[in-house]
Ligand binder design. Structure first.
Ligand SMILES: NC(=O)C1=CN([C@@H]2O[C@H](COP(=O)(O)OP(=O)(O)OC[C@H]3O[C@@H](n4cnc5c(N)ncnc54)[C@H](OP(=O)(O)O)[C@@H]3O)[C@@H](O)[C@H]2O)C=CC1
Ligand SMILES: O=C(O)CCC(=O)C(=O)O
Ligand SMILES: [Mg+2]
Length: 422
């Protein structure tokens, strides 16, 4: 079967039966989990479509393997290939120590402008969890992926550059708030209206398409007023301007309280909920981290900035069993480019041991299959995952917390999933 490219037409993906999909194998435990995942993905596609559809996996290089083979951590050829083929999947990448690149993962997201980091968090029955009712956690995180302190604008303590920046802040901007100006490093946190709007737009569209009752804007706007506070304000404005009567915002709620009192505002929100409108609300990041533990049912779609999203992703993953089972995708909803990847890192201490849980990258593959419309194959894997975990055949991370579990290797867990596809 000759393979073809996935293309876009007016914002819609055209997916041939035999698409070329680039993959980055990843560092550390990357090869173990990718090899297991590829077999599961191929097995599901074969089973779902009886050989009428097949993915042509094309390896592209990044990370240690790229450095060893080409002398570059992130070769231009890799960026060009993902640009050309639109959709890719990757294993985790080590952050090189020293050198100009802070994080290859962050660099990939920024260079391809993959502005949403989508991280759905759901519970699979039987997975060991530290909370009493892990099934109540069912959220989808929209983490802004290109801005915030991840932009990497930082100046090291003691350098001429940081001195210039500190002099500028003190002398030109008149701020005396740098407590120890002689010994400070400085980090800059850009948060833009465009960046916020495209992220919040994607989150609300997702809520509409997937019948989610609310979108929560998570921010620390009480302290960082012109970055995180602006994120909240721009988010509410965008919701009201672009989504009109499909949404009811807490900004509207506050306006009603001001005019007609709290009872009237509660009534208006109740009516909006009854009419199936999406409630756009907000939560300050610190209390949000408490509420997702105490009252997770109150949250559905979460839209937030880069650093908050990084913390929230791992915290929520823990509630449903940990980052061994936390998938993700980096998506530009405007160009159609997307790279699917696990939430966790390279877990270097387990590298080459065929030990870690491949579920995060497998479920990232499920997101990929859903994204290209191959939902039958995606469903086969999800069901097989449910069945396999329920039968207590699991990798070390779950086995150490479960009674009566059978611990299997990374590759064996993948094989078990393929067996359990029916
Ligand atoms: N997107 C990416 O590619 C990311 C890359 N990184 C990079 O990865 C490297 C290592 O980062 P580190 O902070 O150690 O975080 P990791 O996520 O790599 O590992 C931390 C711990 O999480 C658990 N864990 C991770 N992956 C799995 C898995 N597949 N199955 C079961 N458990 C798992 C292990 O816990 P335990 O020890 O309890 O068994 C592991 O020791 C760094 O260079 C970092 O920059 C980090 C995050 C994301
Ligand atoms: O690239 C990294 O080292 C960190 C990335 C990360 O933590 C994440 O994507 O959640
Ligand atoms: Mg992270």
């Amino acid at each position: 079967m000759a393979s073809e490219k996935i293309t876009t037409n007016n914002g819609k993906l055209n997916v041939p039966d035999n698409p070329v999909i680039p993959f980055i194998i990843g560092d550390g435990t990357g090869p173990d989990i990718w090899n297991a995942a590829q077999k599961v993905l191929d097995g599901a596609v074969e089973k779902a479509y009886n050989g009428e559809k097949e993915i042509d996996w094309k390896e592209v290089l990044a990370g240690q393997k790229a450095y060893d083979e080409t002398g570059e951590w992130l070769p231009q050829d890799t960026l060009d290939a993902i640009n050309e083929y639109l959709i890719a999947i990757k294993g985790p990448l080590t952050t090189p120590i020293g050198g100009g690149i802070r994080s290859l993962n962050v660099a990939l997201r920024q260079k391809l402008d993959l502005f949403t980091c989508l991280r759905p968090v759901r519970y699979f029955d039987g997975v060991p969890s530290p909370v009493k009712r892990p099934e109540d956690t069912d959220m989808v995180i929209f983490r802004e992926n290109t801005e915030d302190i991840y932009a990497g604008i930082e100046f090291q303590e003691g350098t001429d550059d940081v001195k210039k920046v500190i002099d500028f802040i003190r002398n030109e901007m008149g701020s005396e708030n740098i407590r120890f100006p002689e010994t400070s490093g400085i980090g800059i946190k850009p948060v833009s209206k465009e960046g916020t709007e495209r992220l919040v737009r994607a989150a609300i569209n997702y809520a509409i398409d997937n019948n989610r009752p609310s979108v929560t804007l998570v921010h620390k706007g009480n302290i960082m007023k012109f970055t995180e506070g602006a994120f909240k304000a721009w988010g509410y404005d965008l919701a009201e301007r672009e989504f009109g009567d499909k949404v009811f915002t807490w900004k509207e709620y506050d306006e009603i309280v001001e005019k007609d009192g709290r009872e009237a505002a509660d009534k208006a929100q109740g009516e909006a909920e009854d009419a199936g409108k999406i409630i756009i609300k907000d939560s300050i990041a610190d209390i949000f981290l408490q509420q997702i533990l105490l009252r997770p049912k109150e949250f559905g779609v979460v839209a937030t900035m880069n650093l908050n999203g990084d913390y929230i992703s791992d915290a929520l993953a823990a509630q449903v069993g940990g980052i061994g089972i936390a998938p993700g995708a980096n998506i530009n909803y405007e160009t159609g480019h997307a790279i699917f990847e696990a939430t966790h890192g390279t877990a270097p201490k387990y590298a080459g041991q065929d030990k870690v849980n491949p579920s995060s990258v497998i479920l990232s593959g499920v997101l990929l299959l859903e994204h290209i419309g191959w939902t039958e194959a995606a469903e086969l894997i999800t069901k097989a995952m449910e069945k396999t975990i329920a039968s207590k055949v699991v990798t070390y991370d779950f086995a150490r917390l479960m009674d009566g579990a059978k611990e299997v290797k990374c590759s064996e867990f993948g094989e078990e999933l393929v067996k359990n596809m029916d």
